[in-house]
Design a protein. Structure first.
Ligand SMILES: C[S@@+](CC[C@H](N)C(=O)[O-])C[C@H]1O[C@@H](n2cnc3c(N)ncnc32)[C@H](O)[C@@H]1O
Length: 211
């Protein structure tokens, strides 16, 4: 299964009229893919604009430039109004976030009440480690999403290591009242799972293979 299989599955969950935000859009491949499939404007947001030139170049080549919007911003402060989007996507991005709970809370804000949050992530079962780093446990992701105010619609294991979490916006997030600590999400010890998750697992010989 390659990234386009994941993109296709994501696109199958969207409606043609959905206004979609892709958080952590990177090289913009998913944004371009959805703009083509939905035939409507798609917004890609990333803290780095490195991939935007490539995304816009591909969009221009495919005559999709009018449908592709790249926004450079930190996903902790999305420059859109409340309930602006019908769907928010985080594909292979969650494990890159320094403060995932802060971003999920912001995602909750910009998502419409009956909107969809679709997360594609690398996952492992407890006790497993496949690539040395950046694998999440399904229950940890589910717990964090619930705490951020989302209600689960489905969780599918697409292949050996990629899960698709589909959520909708529930009542207001616990986190909005609890507040989000400034640090504490980069655990090196799997026993600390609960506040966040072990995003960077140490590699044998030291260091971490976080991409
Ligand atoms: C693995 S890449 C994205 C993969 C992309 N979604 C795809 O499917 O090809 C993760 C991205 O998250 C972005 N990112 C990390 N922290 C972020 C933040 N706080 N706000 C927005 N983007 C962030 C990085 O710049 C990077 O482009």
């Amino acid at each position: 299964m390659d990234e386009y299989d994941v993109y296709w599955r994501v696109s199958e969950m969207l409606n043609k009229q959905d206004f979609v935000l892709d958080i952590g859009c990177g090289n913009g491949n998913l944004v371009n893919y959805l703009a083509r499939r939905l035939g409507r404007e798609v917004v890609g947001l990333d803290i780095s604009d490195e991939g935007f030139a490539r995304a816009l170049g591909a969009a221009k080549r495919d005559r999709l430039l009018h449908l592709v919007r790249c926004v450079r911003a930190d996903a902790e402060a999305v420059p859109f109004s409340d309930a602006a989007f019908d769907a928010v996507l985080l594909v292979h991005t969650l494990h890159h976030l320094a403060r995932p709970e802060a971003i999920l809370r912001e995602t909750w804000r910009v998502l419409k009440p009956r909107g969809k949050l679709i997360i594609g992530e690398l996952v492992v079962e407890e006790g497993q480690q496949r690539y040395g780093c950046h694998q999440l446990l399904v229950p940890d992701v589910q717990r964090m999403l619930r705490r951020a105010g989302f209600v689960e619609l489905s969780t599918q294991l697409l292949c050996l290591d990629t899960a698709l979490f589909v959520m909708t916006r529930g009542s207001s997030p616990e986190l909005a009242t609890l507040g989000v600590p400034a640090t504490g999400y980069l655990h090196q010890d799997a026993s600390t799972v609960g506040d966040g998750w072990p995003i960077d697992l140490p590699l044998p010989g030291g260091g971490c293979a976080r991409a």
